[in-house]
Design a protein around this ligand. Structure first.
Ligand code: FAD
Ligand code: EPU
Length: 341
């Protein structure tokens, strides 16, 4: 199935719920459709390209004067299995949380802590999604897609995806060039649970035994208690990444602010909690017009109604500046801002 449109409204295709249009829009459900479309539409090499999933990590500050490509490819299939593991090939268009539910249902472990993260499977491999002590890079075996530049389809093994915290080759050299069509995940038949994030272990035990189902349920409960539901209030999750600084800088901050949360990142680096830094600058619950900072999680910027992309973006720049001034820490955006001049 393919769908093509001109001047297509993206409002319902982003979780910020902000009006923006794309000049052209192409959605397809089978990999061959893409090559066919490109062969018959000779203008596309002159257009800016944006690959779209569910739009849960995008902020449009302007209309997009190019071609949006949405690889809405379905399907979950077992490609290999042995005594301990199962390998699943999953279409880029599968809703991420449907895959988590599917794996928990089959009692395959490895992605249960990533329950309820919005978005599609293709983007999960781009973003290296993470939560509650898990990162998807540890479960990805390979990523297949179509390279718009070379007009070929190929597969990257996980080691070639250059994964690190919320980063990958797909966010850099291959950004808006490699259309991911499917991802292979390796899951465990005898899972080892990861429960060392915050209070997760205690919360799971309140439900009884530690199981994939109870972990999933607990993660969902925690997330629902502090993150805004995009259907109710527009947002894109954490607007910034948690900053990683030198150990020396972290120690200096700890001396002045003894309650600052810090997490070891590597031998020389420490990760800080951007939400804490932003809250300390007084932004938590702030609102200007319909653009605001969530009252329960300062790392999440929200659209309380009819904020424009520009209003959210301008607020984010003010926040960034105040964190820089107070703590000497530079925040980097996690959200992709589209069509910045
Ligand atoms: P989009 O927003 O549509 O796209 C994201 C990026 O991936 C863009 O650069 C896009 O061009 C690219 N892209 C999308 N699909 C493809 C493809 N098939 N091929 C190539 N490039 C592609 N993230 C976390 O890591 N952890 C969390 O805990 C978390 N919590 C969130 C909570 C809320 C309430 C919200 C709204 C967001 C949260 N996020 C979280 C962020 C977001 O859910 C993830 O980044 C998600 O992977 C984005 O998926 P998407 O399909 O919406 O991608
Ligand atoms: N904190 C505050 N004030 C706030 C928010 C947080 O002081 O307003 C403090 C908390 O008290 C805690 C620390 O900051 O000590 C960390 O907070 P939390 O556990 O809520 O996680 P986070 O670092 O803010 C990260 C991810 C989330 C992910 C959670 C759970 C990033 C940028 N964000 O948030 O991912 O769900 O951990 O693992 O790494 C996303 O990427 O969109 C996202 C939501």
């Amino acid at each position: 199935m393919i769908r093509t449109y001109s001047n297509f409204s993206l409002k319902k295709h982003t979780t910020f719920g902000i009006e923006a249009t794309s000049k052209y829009y192409f959605e397809f459900t089978e990999t061959d459709d893409l090559a066919g479309f490109l062969a018959t539409n000779k203008d596309w090499p002159n257009l800016p390209i944006l690959i779209l999933g569910e739009g849960s990590n995008l902020l449009f500050v302007d209309n997009f004067q190019g071609l949006v490509i949405n690889p809405n490819i379905p399907g979950i299939s077992i490609v290999h299995e042995d005594r301990n593991n199962v390998w699943l090939e999953v279409g880029a268009g599968v809703v991420w949380d449907d895959l988590v539910e599917f794996s928990v249902f089959h009692r395959w472990g490895g992605i249960e802590n990533l329950s309820l993260i919005p978005g599609k499977v293709g983007a999960a491999a781009v973003q290296n999604i993470g939560a509650y002590g898990m990162e998807i890079q540890n479960r990805i075996e390979s990523v297949t897609g179509y390279d718009l530049e070379t007009q070929t389809e190929y597969t990257l093994e996980a080691v070639d995806c250059q994964y690190s915290y919320r980063d990958s080759v797909f966010k850099n050299q291959l950004k808006n060039r490699f259309v991911i069509t499917s991802v292979v995940f390796k899951l465990d038949k005898f899972p080892e649970f990861i429960l060392n994030y915050g209070d997760l272990k205690n919360e799971v035990e309140k439900l009884g035994n530690v199981s994939l189902r109870n972990i999933r349920q607990t993660v969902i409960q925690i997330r629902e208690s502090k993150l805004p539901d995009p259907k109710v209030m527009g947002n894109a999750g954490s607007f910034f990444k948690n900053p990683v600084v030198d150990n020396v800088h972290a120690a200096q901050l700890k001396a002045v602010y003894p309650t600052i949360p810090t997490y070891p990142s590597s031998a020389e680096k420490t990760k800080l909690a951007a939400g804490w830094l932003i809250e300390q600058c007084g932004w938590k619950g702030f609102r200007r017009g319909d653009a605001g900072v969530h009252e329960k999680q300062a790392l999440v910027l929200v659209n309380c109604g009819n904020a424009t992309g520009r209003e959210i973006y301008d607020l984010s720049e003010e926040i960034k500046q105040s964190v820089q001034e107070k703590f000497g820490v530079e925040l980097e955006r996690e959200v992709n801002v589209i069509s910045l001049p």
